[in-house]
Write a new protein. Structure first.
Length: 242
């Protein structure tokens, strides 16, 4: 009986940078924004078959794009078997990518090209994993990607866990349910072209207005669904008689 095992590792750290998905170009690089994440990871996988053994080097790439207006998204995955050293047989070895969300309402379906990949140095596969979440309130989870042997040596390896994803429908009445990486800092972009907007926001926060994230008990700005509270706030800023 043979085994397929990997060295510990593969966790995608929460590195936050101002870059779009697909910005990763080298191994062990992770770039995450509010709605995108890319990661390239190289690991050594141990192949064992009785007294025969070997080491397979595998590079996996992820390019995931979330949507704050939708609970459906995909992760573009690339897998490359870089090299193999050893005497354990790999001629008949094939692996498939198994993906789980760790959530009762989230589903992850790997594409056909990721279901059975022949293990051949210099070769690999690319494909998409389709995600969907039937969230009714708020759902937080960490997708997990695992190589499972489907031919040749039994076993599983290469566990990669993404940072937490949050899907919710708290703003369903305005933009619909959607998903983000909550561990990243939101960046205001829609008003970036307005002159003085950042300066005015900082002045308001420093003056004690709600929304300052650097206080002991920050009170984030949020939208009031109550028509009465909306009117009261508008009247406080600009009375109707002005």
């Amino acid at each position: 009986m043979g085994t397929l095992a990997a060295r510990p590792g593969g966790h995608v750290s929460s590195v936050v940078r101002s870059a779009a998905a697909g910005a990763c170009t080298r191994p062990e690089q992770t770039v995450i924004t509010r709605t995108s994440a890319c990661h390239i990871h190289t690991e050594e996988v141990r192949i064992a078959d009785g007294k025969l053994s070997g080491v397979l080097t595998v590079t996996t790439g992820h390019d995931m794009a979330l949507d704050y207006k939708s609970t459906q998204w995909k992760d573009n995955v690339s897998i490359r078997f870089d090299s193999y050293v050893g005497d354990a047989p790999i001629a008949e070895l094939a692996v498939g990518l198994e993906v789980t969300c760790g959530s009762a309402t989230c589903k992850a379906i790997p594409g056909p090209s990721l279901e059975e990949i022949p293990v051949e140095p210099g070769e690999g596969a690319t494909g998409a994993v389709m995600f969907s979440d039937a969230v009714t309130t708020i759902d937080s989870f960490k997708p997990s990607f695992t190589f499972v042997s489907v031919a040749g040596l039994p076993g599983r390896t290469g566990v990669t866990t993404f940072p937490t994803i949050r899907c919710d429908n708290e703003l369903a009445k305005r933009v619909g349910a959607g998903c983000v990486f909550p561990g990243t800092t939101p960046v205001l972009t829609q008003m970036a072209q307005l002159p003085g907007i950042a300066v005015n926001i900082r002045r308001a926060q420093q003056g004690g207005a709600p929304g300052n994230p650097h206080t002991a008990k920050p009170v984030p700005l949020h939208f009031h669904y109550s028509a009465t509270k909306q009117k009261n706030n508008r009247d406080a800023v600009c009375p109707g008689g002005v």
